[in-house]
Design a protein around this ligand. Structure first.
Ligand SMILES: *[C@@H]1O[C@H](CO)[C@@H](O)[C@H](O)[C@H]1NC(C)=O
Ligand SMILES: *[C@@H]1O[C@H](CO)[C@@H](O)[C@H](O)[C@H]1NC(C)=O
Ligand SMILES: *[C@@H]1O[C@H](CO)[C@@H](O)[C@H](O)[C@H]1NC(C)=O
Ligand SMILES: *[C@@H]1O[C@H](CO)[C@@H](O)[C@H](O)[C@H]1NC(C)=O
Ligand SMILES: *[C@@H]1O[C@H](CO)[C@@H](O)[C@H](O)[C@H]1NC(C)=O
Ligand SMILES: *[C@@H]1O[C@H](CO)[C@@H](O)[C@H](O)[C@H]1NC(C)=O
Ligand SMILES: *[C@@H]1O[C@H](CO)[C@@H](O)[C@H](O)[C@H]1NC(C)=O
Ligand SMILES: *[C@@H]1O[C@H](CO)[C@@H](O)[C@H](O)[C@H]1NC(C)=O
Length: 728
């Protein structure tokens, strides 16, 4: 029952924005590039403002469809989708006038079936922008196309924000919310145009596309008869990554302090066959949203894409993160209400070498890799593998995640000392290699799990030998067997922060915290967090403040990083593995304690963690009568008037399943549901065509009892009264 921040927040969106459930899929994207890059608006130039980009590794100022298709990998999970997705970066302007960059929680991309008619896949070369960077107020006058039966609505509604605070129901706002205190992040949302003129792949004024009459549903104008997949972005900004106690303000990279100028860009890079199949098989029919349920997409789904395809070096020669005296690109802060013209200050591009990100060819006897066990392996060369297997020991195939390191870990685990990768996705083990060696250029297929490295070729093995001595027999962490220890060993210099370390003598037993076990120092990366259920940053962080937060929010694991960052979750990501280095920074709030390091997290297991459950049998008693209820499933729920249970509801900071059931029972209502941690709904039946969702989607713990599940955003945990006399 692991719930990740990504998953639970993503589902929240469905409750809020999509009444009714149509087919869709959604995908997470890591960040591939940050900077003033925008190949749609500023082709071969410098963009007016800083963007956050998810997509292929070779994204640059001249990206077009063919270039995207030629990239090695994408930071989005579906590797057959090399599209680029981008939105503005965010800053905080301090009271003294300087700026701080705001961290991002990642992008979630939805493909939804909306409107009426047959969905046409995005054609090669297609691009579009939704939203208008120049707006600084809500424009009621510019409307979508509409008719008497299908009225239009303000185009401005394509962009909105939700301030996420698990302790409160949230509402959506057209511009920034008035209170930017959002402990679980500010979610910016962009609906794209779904109607296409069927002719133009792009027009600078975006008149080749038009919104549906109701933006997220409705009809297309007669001028734009072709229905496209409905594209929807959610971008998370971790507002609490900056200290706002000085009373400054948040603003977009455009200088927009209002949020009305939020926008998103899309440059299609799909494999046309895969997109067409996914649109007809997974968009137009079923569609749980899970990529795993869509074979056409699951085949190339790499859940570790953020780590396998990490942030690339900057393209523009300027500082964009950390503390700045001005916004990059001369964007003065503007608050409207009148429109703002984009300034376009010059900038200098960093000449690119190695634009497709290909790594150097390994050199026999010289190139080494480090396995997750700490052992090193040295490259032995490219060898022929034809007829009898050159490496006859254990073997396996992984068409998504194969890397040199994962093959090495597999063979080492089976007791072999030589291993080889072949045909991008196969791994073979042995103790000697005696077949003929081959030209290095024959081993030129890139590994499925890390396209910047080589994994043999057809009938050719990239062979590696494990170092014989030196490395200790086994990893000391007793915990390592329960987490995936396959390390992809991506060292992304661009993501690592520069730190001044105060070297500390390594403690023999590790840090001690009450009610928790220390698991060791683990690797972490901004693209794929080791723990992704909960996050807060504090300049008074200690191991105990983080432990308490994990306990209060019902998480099993917690960890502290970079002196002040606390993370918690119920699973440790497979991209994170034990490391002996880098947990060497003191906690901001207690200099006697270690709080991780740069890209390294001091990992703990809470002993106060309790697994949450859905209860099969709950007795209720209101003083005059008694009865019992049982769990009946996790259902969808839409906000507004189309609630799943409508007769009575309340919200309480201490809501538990028992409290809700007793209330509904007392009112003579036989169906009860708990939602969004603290809400309770009662009725006599399920209404408004709500459908059953996976139990795992009801992933929020009850506000009043962390050992019970209480729905989620847009998901309600339903209980039904049992009929007296009937055997259970
Ligand atoms: C962008 O990347 C492509 C390779 O994908 C390369 O051919 C092109 O020269 C690059 N453009 C610039 C301006 O560096
Ligand atoms: C609002 O939209 C109307 C119609 O497109 C336009 O004339 C007007 O300038 C816009 N107002 C602002 C403040 O952008
Ligand atoms: C999705 O792909 C993964 C990895 O290839 C595979 O293990 C899994 O069984 C697939 N899931 C489904 C439902 O086909
Ligand atoms: C082997 O590696 C060393 C250091 O990494 C480097 O200086 C040397 O040039 C390499 N030799 C070859 C033949 O590539
Ligand atoms: C095979 O290895 C030998 C010795 O290292 C080398 O001289 C020869 O060039 C290699 N053959 C090929 C085809 O690379
Ligand atoms: C600081 O950390 C040390 C070592 O864990 C601990 O003994 C001490 O009580 C802590 N101090 C405070 C004020 O919490
Ligand atoms: C809810 O919990 C708080 C904090 O434990 C407590 O002060 C309050 O009395 C409780 N309210 C109800 C209605 O139980
Ligand atoms: C208790 O529940 C019963 C059955 O739903 C109901 O008829 C009765 O009015 C309730 N009594 C009180 C005091 O809530």
């Amino acid at each position: 029952m692991a719930s990740t921040l990504f998953a639970s927040l993503a589902l929240t969106a469905l409750g809020c924005c999509f009444p009714g459930v149509n087919a869709f899929w959604r995908m997470n994207c890591g960040i591939i590039q940050l900077g003033r890059v925008d190949p749609i608006v500023n082709y071969d130039g410098i963009s007016g403002h800083v963007h956050i980009i998810g997509g292929p590794n070779n994204f640059n100022t001249t990206s077009n469809y063919d270039m995207l298709r030629n990239s090695l990998c994408t930071s989005c999970t579906i590797q057959e989708d090399k599209s680029a997705y981008w939105t503005p970066y965010m800053y905080y302007q301090k009271a003294d006038g300087t700026f701080l960059s705001v961290k991002n929680g990642g992008i979630i991309i939805y493909y939804l079936e909306r409107g009426q008619g047959i969905v046409t896949p995005f054609p090669p070369g297609f691009k579009m922008i939704s939203g208008n960077p120049g707006l600084r107020s809500y424009n009621r006058t510019t409307m979508t196309y509409g008719t008497a039966d299908n009225p239009g609505r303000p185009v401005a509604d394509a962009v909105s924000f939700a301030c996420i605070d698990y302790t409160k129901p949230y509402s959506e706002t057209a511009g920034f919310p008035s209170d930017m205190n959002c402990p679980q992040g500010l979610r910016a949302q962009v609906h794209f145009q779904t109607c296409w003129d069927g002719v133009n792949l792009y027009k600078p004024d975006n008149s080749h596309v038009a919104h549906l009459s109701q933006i997220d549903n409705g009809i297309c104008p007669p001028t734009h008869p072709k229905l496209l997949p409905h594209l929807f972005y959610e971008m998370y900004y971790n507002l609490d990554s900056v200290d706002t106690s000085d009373g400054g303000r948040f603003l977009l990279a455009t200088g927009d302090t209002t949020g009305y100028g939020y926008h998103g860009d899309f440059l299609n890079g799909w494999n046309p066959d895969i997109q067409a199949r996914a649109v007809s098989n997974c968009l137009a029919s079923s569609g749980s949203g899970q990529i795993e349920d869509c074979p056409d997409l699951n085949a190339s789904n790499d859940v570790a894409s953020g780590a396998n395809c990490p942030l690339q070096p900057p393209l523009v020669d300027e500082e964009i993160s950390g503390s700045l005296t001005a916004l990059p690109g001369c964007n003065p802060p503007t608050s409207g209400p009148e429109r703002v013209r984009q300034q376009n200050c010059p900038g200098k591009l960093i000449p690119q070498t190695n634009t497709d990100g290909q790594k150097q060819t390994p050199v026999p006897g010289n190139t080494t890799v480090t396995l997750s066990s700490g052992s090193r392996a040295t490259y032995a060369g490219c060898y022929v593998d034809r007829g009898d297997r050159a490496l006859p020991g254990a073997s396996y195939t992984d068409s998504v995640r194969m890397t040199t390191e994962s093959c090495g870990a597999f063979c080492q685990g089976k007791g072999y000392s030589v291993f080889g990768t072949e045909y991008a996705q196969e791994c073979f083990c042995g103790n000697t290699i005696t077949s003929a060696n081959s030209s290095q250029s024959d081993c030129s297929m890139t590994c499925k799990g890390n396209l910047a490295t080589y994994c043999g070729g057809p009938n050719r093995l990239s062979v590696w030998k494990l170092a014989q001595a030196g490395s200790s027999s086994s990893s000391s962490s007793s915990r390592s067997s329960t987490t995936s220890t396959v390390s992809t060993q991506i060292t992304s210099s661009v993501t690592s922060k520069t730190i001044t370390t105060t070297s500390l003598a390594a403690a023999a037993t590790g840090p001690q915290v009450q009610n928790a076990n220390y698991l060791g120092c683990y690797t972490d990366s901004v693209d794929r967090r080791a723990l992704s259920g909960y996050y807060f940053n504090s300049n008074t962080q200690t191991l105990d403040t983080c432990r308490t937060a994990a306990e209060n929010n019902g998480f099993e694991y917690f960890g502290v990083e970079y002196s002040g960052e606390c993370f918690a979750g119920n699973t440790i990501s497979s991209s994170s593995s034990p490391t002996s280095q880098n947990c060497n920074m003191r906690c901001h709030g207690n200099s006697s304690q270690i709080c991780g390091g740069s890209n390294a997290i001091s990992m703990f297991e809470s002993l106060r963690y309790v697994e949450a459950i859905n209860k099969a049998d709950v007795a209720v008693n209101n003083g005059t009568a008694s009865g019992s209820f049982g769990y009946g499933g996790c259902y969808t729920d839409a906000a507004g008037l189309k609630r799943t249970l409508t007769t009575y509801w309340f919200s309480d900071t201490n809501t538990t399943v028992e409290m809700c059931l007793t209330t509904c029972f007392s009112k003579g209502l036989s169906v009860a549901g708990v939602e969004y941690a603290n809400e309770c709904y009662c009725d006599t039946e399920i209404r408004n065509a709500a459908i059953v969702a996976a139990d795992s989607e009801c992933s929020m713990r009850c506000a009043g009892d962390k050992a019970e599940w209480c729905g989620a955003g847009g998901r309600i945990s339903v209980y039904r009264q049992k009929i007296a006399g009937r055997t259970r």
